[in-house]
Design a protein around this ligand. Structure first.
Ligand code: JHZ
Ligand code: SAH
Length: 395
């Protein structure tokens, strides 16, 4: 047994992405204590209480990658890099969601894995070869039988959502050619700590990886990181380029640089996480102060982007409809529902902000630039935003 140390308690939380319909408002919601742990052996950060994949990713899953132009562009840019640098004949994406990445490739070139059948049906309808299944060795063998092995695997914001990492990498090793490339993309723990974005922790994010921890896990499966690209998406993500051990691609300087940076910030020491926990508590108090001050002045506040991340903030800081009148969101499957735990209504975004709104809490703070561009009218009439990162403030 490896030794896990608890360092942060984000209180009782509902499941993120479990938006409530009106008829469920009076029913008791499933709640769990969101505790974050540090594994002294692998230096891996994980949440203590986990839920089954079926519980989180099923036929009612509301998240759609295509809701932001930023992500669509990021996937397109990556597809160009892949075509230019690796020229793969066959690609596999794990967690293909609504096809925002796979759409950049020809149908015969790419396979998608997306267990939420309500989302997978979007790509199936467009005649992409997608499987509505969870990523396992069994599925890997089925794919090999039906399609052969693949030259490149891409998985963004998905591996960190699967508890059994051994099984994930075992299955990847099965289906990936000996000279094949694995590209993983997930929020960077270093950025999460630098920006105090404690809302990266919720039930779906079982892990938030550091390069140090990911490398420790990959080693067990004879996989090696040979390059890291730092991305600005989702509040700072890392794109890891990974190869099988026997493949002699040279290791890029970015790997050494990134690890150095993490070691400098002591991501391999418990003390670093204990300090983060103190900053998180202060952040909560500061955010509550801002909201209370604005409400004392009778300001009207709404939320923008009913994100999974904001579930953590709202429930940890106990922000409900007394403070935020409603959220706006472009996602159809979230509209006319209520935020988990805090029961704030989510309304359809109709292209502009009502004139009586004074402040907007940025649930989708990670798309701040995209949103600011869109909401020039609100900004020009003096409307302000509230953000919790790196410190709670009004913008
Ligand atoms: P966004 C989800 O997290 C869950 P969330 C998951 N666990 C994960 O890791 C990431 O995605 C990848 C809306 N919006 O991407 C759309 C607008 O309304 O930050 C979305 O509901 N208007 C899989 O939920 C939300 O905001 C806009 O202009 O934290 C953004 O969600 C824009 C840009 C977005 O992920
Ligand atoms: N890759 C997309 C989607 C991220 S959302 C993006 O970066 O925007 C995470 C996706 O992973 C969901 O669509 C979810 O259904 C999928 N997922 C979760 N568990 C999985 C598993 N065990 N196997 C494959 N996909 C999984």
């Amino acid at each position: 047994m490896t030794k896990k140390v608890e360092f942060l308690n984000l209180g009782l939380q509902p499941l993120a992405n479990y938006y409530l319909t009106k008829n469920k408002l009076d029913k008791k919601e499933k709640k769990y204590r969101l505790i974050i742990c540090y594994d002294k052996k692998d230096k891996l950060i994980s949440i203590k209480k986990t839920f089954s994949s079926k519980m989180m990713f099923n036929n009612n899953y509301p998240y759609r990658s295509s809701m932001s132009k930023t992500m669509i562009k990021s996937f397109k840019d990556l597809s160009n890099i892949i075509k230019k640098d690796f020229k793969p004949r066959k690609i596999l994406e794990i967690g293909s969601n609504d096809g925002s990445f796979i759409r950049n490739f020809k149908k015969k070139e790419i396979i998608g894995i997306e267990p939420c059948a309500n989302v997978e049906k979007i790509t199936k309808k467009q005649k992409y070869n997608t499987y509505p299944e969870y990523w396992t060795s069994k599925l890997a063998n089925k794919i090999i039988k039906q399609n052969g092995k693949v030259d490149l695997i891409y998985s963004a914001n998905t591996i960190s959502h699967i508890k059994n990492l051994s099984e994930v990498f075992k299955a990847i090793n099965l289906v990936l050619n000996e000279n094949g490339i694995l590209i993983l993309e997930d929020p960077s723990l270093l950025e999460c700590l630098n920006r105090n974005t404690y809302d990266q922790f919720y039930n779906e994010h079982i892990y938030v990886f550091s390069t140090i921890a990911l490398e420790n896990i990959l080693k067990k499966h004879n996989l090696e990181i040979f390059k890291i690209d730092k991305l600005t998406v989702h509040g700072g993500s890392n794109r890891y380029f990974i190869k099988k051990k026997n493949n002699n691609i040279k290791t890029d300087i970015s790997v050494i640089k990134h690890k150095k940076e993490e070691l400098k910030k002591r991501l391999n020491q418990l003390s670093c996480y204990k300090k983060f926990a103190v900053r998180v508590k202060n952040s909560k108090n500061e955010l509550i102060k801002i909201f209370n001050r604005l409400k004392d002045d009778n300001k009207k506040i709404i939320g923008y982007g009913a994100t999974a991340k904001s579930t953590t903030i709202l429930n940890y800081c106990k922000i409900n409809q007394n403070i935020i009148d409603y959220f706006l969101d472009t996602t159809k499957d979230k509209q006319d529902k209520f935020t988990p735990g805090t029961k704030i209504p989510i309304l359809k975004y109709k292209g502009s902000i009502d004139n009586d709104v004074d402040y907007i809490f940025l649930g989708a703070w990670n798309f701040k630039e995209e949103i600011f561009k869109k909401e020039k009218k609100f900004i020009n009439r003096g409307g302000k935003f509230i953000i919790h990162t790196p410190k709670p403030k009004i913008l």
